[in-house]
Design a binder for this molecule. Structure first.
Ligand code: ADE
Length: 443
């Protein structure tokens, strides 16, 4: 990932970001940090980059021309997401860090003095972001804060990727307390349960600690957490039909946009995906109007919502799906042993190999839902029906077990009319939803 920082103090950025974890990732070329001195682009012979504000007022303003030329020198004609760090922006959150970490390139524009001429901001900025309700002397520290939070979510930057998943703010809970050696320090004993070796008990203790901390320190976050937990519990009464909504919530992806009794609208901003459970058209329309314009997909189990969604988006395509989830305790048996994983950008791909040749694959797309596995076409070397089934079931079983490892309930979706897939999955021990789940895609 490439970060460009447009600043009057490039040495601050270079010194701040070329040490520790971020510094190591730069050395390993997982990241690059390019600090660009705006002053190098001024046309003023004295190197001036600021001037008085029209209309009067205290302080100086950074002028449009050097900022624009510095931006152009970095981006040329490319459209790169450009963040202006400003107390006037939207609040920076872990969710926003996650979203920005998916970009391959980002520009940060740091202001000084009283700010920057509005006209150049209108020309180049895509996001106005603040790190908190206080005012700093310049944008360099906020830019470094954001870069640090974004960079650590880029694959490979942290050695231990699970830690980015389980820490504070994942699922709206603060992190639980942690302890290292010695077992007793200044008379204080490490909590007994952590020495028990019982992973279920440890996980339960940690969750309770997280909840208690959040309840005390951040009641706002805790209320959000409780609303989601309550919703997951309600949806779990019809688990097979609503597993897609439950999992989107519990995997920390979807946010609760609106709820009234059993009617609910969720939205996953990372992929523009909404989930509508509603029976009342008036309520549903009001709720849909709260969605950002980036929303491009909406799931609903209610057939009567389809005309409304068609009107809402004017042009859309409707796919009929069924959920297939695996809720049993034991792992599924994977008969075919040679399965390898491959990461292609946002997509995870597992491939079954036979004598060093890939024979079938399964993909998990950005939405986290696995597709059904597919056999590679091998003219003259087609596997027989038994082998084919073995590759396909093994890939499904492997994917289910992998998802289970991360603590979520594994599920996938099949076409509502695909009787063969349904029979195969049921034979493997997955439950297939009775409801058709409509996937409405905006065109
Ligand atoms: N520049 C000055 N103060 C700031 C803040 N709180 N967030 C982002 N940029 C800033």
């Amino acid at each position: 990932m490439q970060f460009h920082v447009l600043t009057l103090f490039p040495e601050m950025i270079v010194q701040g970001l070329h040490t520790s974890i971020i510094g190591r990732a730069v050395e390993q070329q997982i990241l690059s940090v390019n600090a660009v001195n705006i002053r190098d682009y001024t046309l003023d012979k004295h190197g001036k980059v600021d001037d008085y504000t029209y209309g009067g007022g205290a302080g100086m303003l950074m002028q449009a021309q050097p900022v624009y030329d510095a931006y152009k020198a970095v981006c040329g004609e490319r459209k790169v997401r450009t963040v202006y760090v400003t107390p006037q922006g939207t609040p920076f959150t872990q969710k926003l860090a996650g979203e920005l970490s998916k970009e391959s390139e980002l520009v940060f524009l740091c202001g000084h003095y009283e700010g920057i001429d509005e006209r150049v901001l209108e020309e180049v900025v895509t996001d106005y972001i603040s790190i908190g309700d206080y005012v700093l002397t310049g944008g360099e520290l906020p830019a470094m804060v954001m870069i640090d939070a974004i960079a650590r979510l880029v694959p490979g930057v942290l050695n231990n990727e699970v830690s980015a998943e389980t820490e504070s703010f994942h699922n709206d809970l603060l992190e639980y307390p942690q302890y290292s050696r010695p077992e007793v320090w200044m008379g204080k004993q490490v909590p007994e349960v952590l020495l028990s070796g019982n992973h279920t008990k440890i996980a339960t203790w940690r969750l309770e600690q997280s909840k208690e901390r959040t309840r005390n320190v951040r009641p706002d976050l805790f209320a959000k957490y409780e609303a989601k937990e309550k919703l997951i519990k309600d949806l779990s009464k019809e688990k097979r039909n609503y597993i897609h909504m439950m999992e989107s919530l519990s995997r920390g992806r979807a946010e609760l946009i609106r709820r009234k009794g059993s009617q609910v609208l969720l939205y996953d901003a990372q992929i523009g995906m909404a989930y509508l459970k509603a029976t009342d058209e008036v309520w549903a329309l009001e709720a849909l109007e709260c969605l950002p314009k980036e929303a491009v997909v909406c799931y609903t189990n209610q057939h009567q919502m389809l005309p409304l969604l068609k009107r809402f988006w004017e042009q859309c395509e409707i796919l009929e799906k069924r959920n297939a989830c695996y809720t049993q305790k034991d792992n599924l048996y994977v008969r075919h042993k040679d399965i390898r994983s491959r990461n292609c950008g946002d997509i995870i791909c597992y491939q079954a190999y036979e004598e060093e040749t890939p024979v079938a694959y399964i993909e998990i797309k950005k939405d986290g839902i696995p597709d059904l596995p597919v056999l590679y076409h091998r003219p003259g070397a087609e596997p027989n029906a038994l082998q084919q089934e073995q590759y396909l079931t093994s890939l499904i079983a492997y994917t289910v077990n992998k998802q289970k490892e991360t603590g979520c309930i594994p599920y996938l979706q099949i076409s509502a009319q695909d009787g063969c897939a349904r029979a195969l999955l049921e034979q493997m021990g997955l439950y297939v939803s009775g409801d058709v789940v409509y996937k409405v895609e905006k065109i």
